[in-house]
Ligand binder design. Structure first.
Ligand SMILES: [Zn+2]
Length: 371
């Protein structure tokens, strides 16, 4: 079973990459495929808060008019264009067609766009392997990097698309009063916190799932939800256990009781990270020239397809920080990636930080590095 994840053009690339990393880090019967993208286009219907009762257009004829809207804080929802579900499903299907994704594989659009009923995610009852997951606004509800709730919604949408055969079934089986089950309706969207915290499925819903989903796939989905729950608990906790760091060719792997959180870095980012990690006292930008050979060495090892000269030219550009911003920009990007995986607090010891003209350093105790 495969789930294809499509990034809507405006969704942050780092958030999307972290969603894929999170889902791929628990092995099992479901495979997750990333690196799919769809370009922007204009919404065909735009409306603001004052028109919210007129949202049902011909583009959303498949949505039952009795379907309830989910509520988000008033202040944050004014004047944002909202897209019909039909349009979002079409976008997901468009990539399915151009990439020849088989009918049986799921394909979900990870989108920044608001949708007509304000759902966090939905699947198409007419073609259940198509769906969308909302990637924006999570910061209104939850104090963790957006990748975690998005990854959770991917699993929940997948399970729901197998559980329910019609909108009637969806309505009959979702819990209007939250009980901490995946199928809590969350009319007040802040109630989503409860289901993310429990990552649970109630007995009734589990009964339906067992009838309709292959055991190995269900087992993997449940393992993924539990893994996300533990990791979210870790990223939200500011004074937790010590985290171990292991570095592979392409990834930083953070390990603890929560399992392993992996963060993928590009070759240049990894070369920079290794350089700063190897000098615990830190390096001032003005002194980078003294570390040129070591930096070049890391970069060459990580970029086997580049020539010596190409690597040397790039490194030379990066260390000339007085005339080129590449080093600063990459360091910010690395920080953003680590914070996207670990949350701001837990990321602190692992980011490259330091005031202007002062040495930039990675604070972590080197005893917690795994060679
Ligand atoms: Zn339930």
């Amino acid at each position: 079973m495969k789930i294809n994840l499509i990034r809507d053009r405006n969704v942050d690339q780092e958030v999307y990459a972290q969603v894929v990393d999170l889902l791929q880090s628990t092995p099992g019967a479901i495979q997750f495929k990333g690196e799919l993208i769809i370009d922007e286009e204009e919404p065909e219907v735009q409306f603001s808060l004052s028109f919210k009762n007129k949202i049902i257009s011909e583009n959303s004829a498949d949505i039952k008019s009795s379907a309830k809207e989910q509520q988000i804080p008033q202040a944050s929802m004014a004047y944002k264009p909202r897209f019909s579900w039909r349009k979002l499903f079409e976008r997901s299907n468009k990539v399915r067609l151009t990439k020849s994704i088989p009918e049986l594989e799921a394909s979900y659009l990870i989108t920044d766009k608001e949708n007509e009923l304000n759902y966090f995610s939905a699947f198409d009852v007419n073609q259940p392997s198509n769906g969308f997951i909302q990637a924006s606004d999570w910061d209104l509800f939850i104090d963790s990097p957006a990748a975690y709730p998005i990854a959770y919604e991917v699993i929940a949408t997948f399970l729901q698309s197998h559980m329910f055969k019609s909108m009637e079934e969806v309505e009959q089986n979702t819990h209007q009063k939250p009980i901490g089950c995946m199928n809590d309706f969350c009319q007040d969207k802040s109630q989503v916190l409860l289901k993310l915290r429990t990552a649970d499925i109630c007995k009734n819903c589990m009964g339906i799932l067992k009838e309709r989903i292959e055991p190995s796939i269900l087992k993997h989905a449940i393992a993924l939800m539990e893994s996300l729950r533990l990791k979210m608990k870790f990223v939200q906790n500011i004074d937790d256990e010590q985290t171990l760091l292991k570095i592979t060719n392409k990834q930083l792997q953070f390990m603890g009781n929560f399992g392993t959180i992996t963060i993928s870095l590009a070759p240049m980012e990894m070369a920079i990270y290794k350089l700063f990690l190897n000098h615990k006292e830190g390096i001032r930008f003005a002194d980078l020239i003294d570390y040129k050979d070591e930096f070049l060495n890391y970069y060459r090892t990580l970029s086997p397809n580049l020539t010596y000269d190409a690597c040397l030219n790039t490194i030379t550009k990066y260390i000339r920080t007085f005339e080129d911003n590449s080093m600063s920009e990459r360091i910010s990007k690395i920080r953003k990636k680590i914070e996207g995986g670990l949350g701001k607090e837990q990321a602190k010891p692992f980011i490259i930080a330091g005031a202007n003209a002062e040495p930039k350093r990675i604070e972590v105790d080197r005893n917690f590095l795994i060679k």
